[in-house]
Design a binder for this molecule. Structure first.
Ligand SMILES: [Zn+2]
Length: 466
């Protein structure tokens, strides 16, 4: 009998704990922020009332989301849940507001004059940036083995000797230890050879060593520059420049080193045979953000973002394959971890024309969840701006969501120039109404329908140019 009572007590305690007040964000009892406000969210027992620092806060079903202003220094926050039967549960947390520490600017140290400082990239996706900072814009991601000459150092960054419209900088972690050398490696390049297949036009150069290159898009023009080719002890150093003009909208484009060649490729405009099925035979890559150990954001009742991303992605994949006859590839169709660069590799290996990454958003501290929410899309390259805008506008209209903008931001999943790459943040886990919508399968299906519609509109718009 005692045993049964003990078990019953345990079950009862467990049941109570499941419903009792739980603070999900901030994750720790004491935390430090650099912002003027903070939001707090978590789980409550349904039908409870909630007070934060004596102020009553709205309870949504079984959770709350609340934003409070912060004073400098320690802010003691008392959260009291009053359950229907009168039971009170209290949690006290502390948030310390501080001034953001300023990053020290390190001086630039130029190399000794009349010396040659050389290094090579040691990893794929080695980013070349416009400034000596991890937050600076990326110019290009270089593959392993590219020869670089350096003119100095600032902090963790080396300045590359070459100059384009901006300076070129690379983090020391992506290159071999720079060495002093007597002479530059002579780099020779062949005349361009053109070829094509069903999906791409190619311009191929044989090159003795991979070098830094940039491809800049200006509407319907692409400018390719290969830096420091034709170099040699006596030869005047110069760059190879190639201009590609297109009469059609520029879709995916890329520069690839392969077996002693540099290949510049541009994706062909897909031909629509049946206007009712414009996506038939089209190669599309769908990325469900996060997965496995990478949960993404965590909602007020602890549902992870990865779950919503996957649910929407699976519905979209299904529509595109079954209803549209598209050739769909994807990063994941279950709850597994996939490395970010691996996702981009998969999209490229499948020769996708378009890559769509599906995420859901959450606010960082300092902004009010009741003000900043809605649907937003992201692009980094000009060739993805149109599709990103179409997806955003359709989601806003079809789902009656707040417009959170067409955003320009460098992200792994929107940075590739081939495929055309865009990322969608469907809704915010930090906004109660959207968090509840995301749990609704009907809503997930409508999101998938809307993205499918955007893809159709985008492909059909390309045909009108002809
Ligand atoms: Zn995400």
């Amino acid at each position: 009998m005692k045993k049964i009572l003990l078990i019953l007590t345990l079950i009862f305690t467990f049941a109570c704990q499941t419903f009792a007040l739980e603070i999900v964000k901030p994750t720790n009892k004491s935390s430090v922020v650099y912002t003027q406000s903070a939001h707090i969210y978590g789980k409550v027992k349904p039908d409870s009332t909630l007070h934060i620092n004596s102020q009553e806060v709205k309870v949504w079903k079984d959770f709350f989301v609340h934003s409070i202003p912060l004073n400098m220094g320690d802010n003691k926050i008392t959260i009291v849940e009053t359950q229907k039967n009168g039971t009170k549960k209290t949690k006290v947390i502390n948030i310390t507001r501080m001034d953001e520490p300023k990053e020290k600017v390190q001086p630039f140290v130029a190399k000794e004059p009349n010396t040659i400082l050389m290094a090579k990239t040691i990893r794929d996706y080695a980013p070349v940036r416009e400034m000596a900072s991890d937050n600076s814009n990326r110019v290009v991601d270089l593959p392993k083995g590219v020869v670089l000459y350096l003119s100095g150092k600032q902090g963790n960054y080396y300045k590359i000797e070459e100059m384009g419209e901006t300076e070129f900088w690379i983090n020391k972690n992506f290159i071999s230890a720079p060495t002093l050398t007597d002479c530059r490696i002579p780099i020779t390049i062949s005349a361009p050879q053109k070829s094509y297949d069903n999906l791409y036009d190619y311009t191929k150069f044989e090159i003795t060593y991979p070098v830094l290159y940039t491809i800049k898009q200006n509407d319907k023009t692409l400018n390719l520059t290969l830096y420091g080719v034709y170099g040699g002890p006596e030869a005047q150093k110069r760059n190879l420049e190639l201009t590609y003009n297109s009469k059609d909208t520029i879709l995916g484009y890329d520069g690839v080193y392969s077996n002693g060649d540099f290949i510049f490729k541009t994706a062909k405009t897909p031909v629509v045979k049946n206007p009712d099925r414009p996506l038939e035979g089209l190669r599309i890559f769908i990325d469900a953000g996060h997965g496995g150990k990478d949960t993404g954001a965590i909602g007020p009742t602890k549902i992870p973002e990865k779950k919503f991303n996957l649910a929407i992605a699976l519905k979209l994949i299904d529509l595109l394959q079954k209803e549209e006859g598209a050739i769909v590839s994807y990063s994941r169709n279950s709850d597994v971890f996939v490395d970010l660069n691996k996702r981009v590799d998969l999209a490229k290996q499948n020769n996708a024309l378009i890559s769509i990454s599906i995420h859901n958003n959450s606010l960082p501290q300092g902004e009010d969840p009741y003000i900043k929410h809605g649907t937003g899309t992201y692009y980094y390259n000009f060739n993805a701006k149109d599709i990103a805008l179409t997806i955003k506008n359709n989601l806003v209209n079809d789902l009656k969501l707040k417009d959170d903008g067409l955003n320009y931001k460098s992200l792994v999943l929107d940075r590739a120039t081939d495929p055309i790459s865009t990322l969608t943040e469907v809704a915010y886990l930090t906004y109660p109404k959207e968090y509840m919508l995301l749990q609704d399968e009907k809503f997930q299906q409508e999101v998938a329908n809307s993205i499918r519609k955007s893809l159709r509109e985008f492909i059909l718009s390309l045909q009108n140019e002809k």
